[in-house]
Design a protein around this ligand. Structure first.
Ligand SMILES: [Zn+2]
Length: 194
């Protein structure tokens, strides 16, 4: 590293993922979600993307770690910060299977993330559009852009299967996935990550 003269050329700012990239990166977040179900956690997964590459992954580990804050997004943001060696993630996007809760939306703001993409809304705990609109609050320190819907059906099916498998066949019938899931959320007082 001694052969450059003067200051290194400024790097081009990495580009953020576009809508056309969402299905691809959400698939990776879904892989993480499925792995969470493997250790008995509600299947929610997240990845952090920088310059077209996944730089960190996280999955819900609340049950595995016995930690109320071990949400997929928090773990992914921590890993991204470690990997990049900085807390400010202003050039990264967060993909998460389910709408972030207030803690995770707050963490995204603190990390100065410019973009959050989530697949499915979470009516009970979501803090982007469902219960409050943290990213759109004009008083916010930082307002990330966000979009919803990538692979939503796949994600909702996965959650429905997780909860129906847990409860046995008595409840989740037909397509009533979101209502079945919501009742589970109630039972578990906001199981959701997001
Ligand atoms: Zn959360």
């Amino acid at each position: 590293m001694t052969d450059h003269r003067g200051a290194p050329p400024p790097e081009d700012p990495p580009s953020l993922p576009s809508v056309a990239d969402d299905e691809h990166f959400m698939a990776t977040a879904i892989d993480e979600a499925r792995a969470a179900a493997g250790h008995g956690d509600v299947p929610i997964g997240a990845v952090v993307v920088r310059d077209g590459e996944v730089v960190a992954r996280g999955r819900n580990r609340r049950e595995a770690d016995g930690d109320p804050t071990a949400h997929a997004e928090i773990l992914a943001l921590r890993e991204a910060a470690r990997t990049l060696g900085r807390w400010r993630l202003q050039d990264c996007a967060l993909y998460v299977t389910v709408e972030p809760c207030a803690m995770c939306a707050g963490a995204a703001i603190l990390a100065r993330l410019p973009l959050i993409v989530f697949g499915a809304p979470e009516e009970k705990t979501g803090a982007v559009r469902s219960t409050v609109d943290l990213f759109d609050d004009p008083r916010a320190l930082h307002r990330p852009k966000w979009r919803m819907g990538a692979r939503r059906e796949e994600i909702e099916r996965m959650l429905g299967e997780f909860f129906s498998g847990r409860r046995g066949p008595r409840e989740v019938e037909g397509e009533g996935i979101s209502s079945a899931r919501s009742s589970d959320m109630n039972d578990e007082r906001g199981q959701q990550d997001g």
